[in-house]
Ligand binder design. Structure first.
Ligand code: BDR
Ligand code: CA
Length: 317
């Protein structure tokens, strides 16, 4: 069977790193490239981390294209120091894997996205797991992107849960105007994986030990990244079950090879860009009050066992 092609847009990041390894190593996936964007850390560190992680798991062939260093509109970014400190605790600036010997690709992320989708007849799934700045910029320059992308799978938003404010999730809050552009664009298929789903696929210290016991570079690195996340979450943003963490971005990649990892509902999603208390909130119309045609398949559930089984099976390679 043909492998499923994808491009991952990341702000690597401890959970992005697990997503990158899953996309790079699963035999049913063909990771065409990674693009990076301002988010968990400044974009140059996201790029450096992405290169490190790919090389560490033996995929120095996957190009990394650096993207935008600022949100589309907001002057008060890069993300304020207090927030960076929070993200910094969860992600650190530089991931604990060796420095890459190579450089980022010459073409910028936005150039790469446009040129790839303009020139290919292949179906390449687009998977942004970071603020949506690169995707909105590419859409603005090349509106036909919506026809060229067979499916866009976004990690972002939250209905019951916020993480960066009581109301908003980090990726959408990090560039709300970009997110509003992406959700309003007429993509053929949008799958949204918000916090409501990722907080169902919690990974524990025991799971980390099972990953470490695989003895592979990916297994050990995943155990380190996830173990660090658990420690910080327990301190500053404890999950429903102590000693666990979501690994948000990897759930999106998991869905590509095992769709049953998430359970979705087809709903309309919009993004708040002006609310003083609610900026960056995803307005998910769960009760069809807005009268707008649903345009997203929104995940509300995730299967933690299936997700963990996939990580173990893939990182054993
Ligand atoms: C999202 O925000 C980032 O900190 C993570 O990498 C993930 O993409 C979760 O809210
Ligand atoms: Ca991310």
């Amino acid at each position: 069977m043909a492998r499923r092609k994808l491009i991952l847009d990341v702000d690597t990041g401890t959970d992005d790193a697990v997503a990158v390894m899953l996309a790079a190593l699963h035999p049913a996936l063909d990771l065409v490239g990674c693009t990076t964007v301002n988010g968990n850390v400044e974009v140059q560190y996201c790029t450096d981390n992405t290169l490190r992680v790919l090389d560490h798991v033996g995929r120095p062939d996957v190009p990394v294209h650096e993207g935008l260093a600022r949100p589309l509109v907001r002057p008060d970014f890069p993300i304020p120091r207090a927030v960076r400190d929070l993200a910094g605790q969860i992600h650190g600036r530089t991931l604990p894997v060796p420095l890459s010997a190579r450089r980022k690709a010459d073409a910028s992320a936005v150039e790469f996205l446009i040129e790839t989708y303009r020139s290919t007849t292949d179906e390449i799934t687009l998977v942004p797991v970071a603020p949506l700045t690169n995707i909105a910029a590419a859409l603005t320059l090349y509106p036909r992107l919506v026809d060229r992308v067979p499916e866009i799978v976004i990690m972002g938003g939250g209905h019951e849960i916020g993480n960066i404010t009581p109301s908003a999730e980090f990726n959408i809050w990090g560039d709300p105007e970009a997110a509003a552009i992406v959700f309003a664009a007429k993509f053929r298929k949008i799958t949204l994986v918000p916090l409501d789903a990722t907080h169902r696929a919690l990974v524990s210290y025991d799971d980390c030990e099972r990953l470490r016991a695989l003895g592979t570079p990916a297994g050990r690195a995943a155990a380190d990244f996830i173990g660090h996340r658990i420690q910080v979450h327990d301190e500053i943003q404890r999950m429903a079950v102590a000693g666990t963490t979501p690994v948000h971005d990897a759930v999106c990649v998991g869905y590509l090879v095992d769709p049953a990892i998430i359970t979705t509902r087809r709903l309309h999603v919009a993004v708040e860009t002006t609310g003083t208390l609610t900026v960056g909130r995803t307005i998910i119309d769960t009760h069809f009050r807005g009268g707008q045609e649903p345009q997203c398949d929104v995940a509300f559930e995730a299967d933690a066992r299936r997700f963990m089984a996939l990580l173990l099976e893939t990182f054993a390679r």
